[in-house]
Each structure stands twice: as structure tokens, then as C-alpha cells.
Design a protein around this ligand. Sequence first.
Ligand SMILES: NC(=O)c1ccc[n+]([C@@H]2O[C@H](COP(=O)([O-])OP(=O)(O)OC[C@H]3O[C@@H](n4cnc5c(N)ncnc54)[C@H](O)[C@@H]3O)[C@@H](O)[C@H]2O)c1
Length: 275
Amino acid sequence: MIEAGKYYLVMGLLDPESIAYHIGKTIESMGGNVIYTVQNDIIKRRFLDRAAALTDEERANLDFRFCDITDIEQVKELFGSIAPLAGIVHSIAFANPRTLLGPEFHTDSIDDIKLAHHISCASLATVLKYGAARMEKGGSVVALTFDTTHVYPCYNWMGVQKAALEALVRALARRHGRDNIRVNALSAGPLATKAATKIPGFENMIHMWDAASPLKWDIVKDKQAVADGVAFLLSPFAAKITGHTLVVDGGAAVTAAPLCDWERPGGPPTPEGDA
Ligand SMILES: NC(=O)c1ccc[n+]([C@@H]2O[C@H](COP(=O)([O-])OP(=O)(O)OC[C@H]3O[C@@H](n4cnc5c(N)ncnc54)[C@H](O)[C@@H]3O)[C@@H](O)[C@H]2O)c1
């Protein structure tokens, strides 16, 4: 699916649980070459400490670049020195959990809102502004989002950033069509990662999600389904798809309510009159 031998930049590696890492491994399993960005050297060392399962050879073969997405000079340096790319994955987000996530929506921390917007949304435009030149023959850019059609407890200002991110994806798709660059988002169900565990009430979200998913949802195993969806959007199979949000969430965002027991495989018989 991925174009073998081509280079893909996967931005936003934190640890082996990161969605970015699963996406990178999936691209590699399909024959692509992966370059990861980490925010700084501390995070790179933390990743290597936690990646106990990696062999010495796998460690040596990992290609890391540093990029704090809020530092425009680092972004320019990254794209000034990188191989020609077939695709870029933006798997980056941040919101101060003390002020922007939690039981109370309202906040006076406008600087935190600005930072969350810069890192989680506007940075995608920075990536396209400087990264488009590295995709001379066209390419595909994918950003990670979370359901923006419903409002979830405690997700508060990150939900607002994700809605803005999806609007930005549409704007960038229009802008970069002339460069033969596609820009899409993938909306993932909740997954067990560092960013997710910082969301107060994440445990509740997991239970709600699994209960509402016609296909069931596993916060660990379904990282693979999300990575496969990203690989699809990066690939020539998605050649005419741009400006869209592909939802990979087990179907929970459309049901909007827990499934009844009798709707589950092996559940009790269908209630009379509902057959
Ligand atoms: N985990 C989920 O449940 C879930 C669901 C849907 C979408 N997402 C999205 O997936 C993406 C990846 O998140 P994740 O869950 O893998 O968590 P994660 O914590 O592993 O990844 C978030 C990444 O953002 C990076 N980051 C934060 N500030 C940065 C900055 N200034 N410069 C560069 N990088 C910076 C972090 O270093 C980290 O690598 C995010 O956009 C997240 O919102 C996650």
C-alpha cells in the first residue's frame, strides 16, 4: 500500500506507546522508510529507555530528527536537510491538562489556549508551508484528530482544537491541490498513550467507547487499525481523497449511545417486537 523505498516523515514520537510509533512501524512493514521527529533530546532518550523490546540493530536504524513544532527555525532546518518525502504524518498535540482539560470548561488561561492551538492545530500549516517543497512530485499529509461531531466530558479545549484542525485540513487541501499534495485527517477512537492518560476522565471515555462501538474498541490493539488507516491515506489507493476526515473508531461516533446487550454477538435474544 505504502510506496516501497520512499521516505515518510512521522512527527510526534514520544514513547513506544505513541500512535506515531505504530504508524512508523506499519509504514516500515510495507517497505517505506521512516524518519521520526521527537521534540528534543530528552524525549529521544526517554523513548530509547522505554523501548526495551528493540534490538541494538533496530535502535541503530531508527532515524530521529529533533523538532519543536513551535520553533520555526527548527522546522525550517528539518525540512532543509531531509530526503525527498512521499508523505508526512502530523501526530502532535498538547493542551495544559490543569487549565484546558477537566470537569470545568471555562478558563482564564488564554496563553494556554494559544499554545494548545499553536501546537495542536496551526503547526500543521507550518509543516505544509515548509514541508511541501520536499514533496516535489506530490505527496500525502495526514493529521490525527478525535471525534468533533460530539462533545465529550473533560476534553474541553482540545476538542475545540481538533475541530479547528479539521477545518485547517480542508483549507490546506484546497491550497496544496496545485502541488499534487493531499491533506487529510484521521479521526481515531481513544487509544492508550501518554497524551490520552493526561485527559481527566479518560477511563470513562474508554468504557463509553467500547459500549457504543458496533465493532467493539480496544485502546491497545486498535492502534493497528488506526495505523492501517493512516497508511491507506498516505498511499496511492487514496489518490483522489483530500480535505477529508477518515474515521477509524469502531463505529462509536455514529451510534452516540451504548449498544443494547442483544445487539452484541452472543448476547441475549432480540426483544420481542424489535426483530
Ligand atoms: N490517544 C488517543 O486517544 C488519541 C485519539 C485520537 C487522536 N489522537 C491524536 O493523536 C496524536 C498523537 O497523540 P498520542 O495519543 O500518540 O500521544 P503522544 O503523547 O504519544 O504524542 C503526542 C506528541 O506530541 C508531541 N508534542 C507536543 N508538543 C510538541 C511540540 N511543541 N513540538 C513537537 N512535538 C510536540 C509530543 O512530544 C508527543 O510526541 C495527537 O494529535 C492526538 O491528539 C490521540
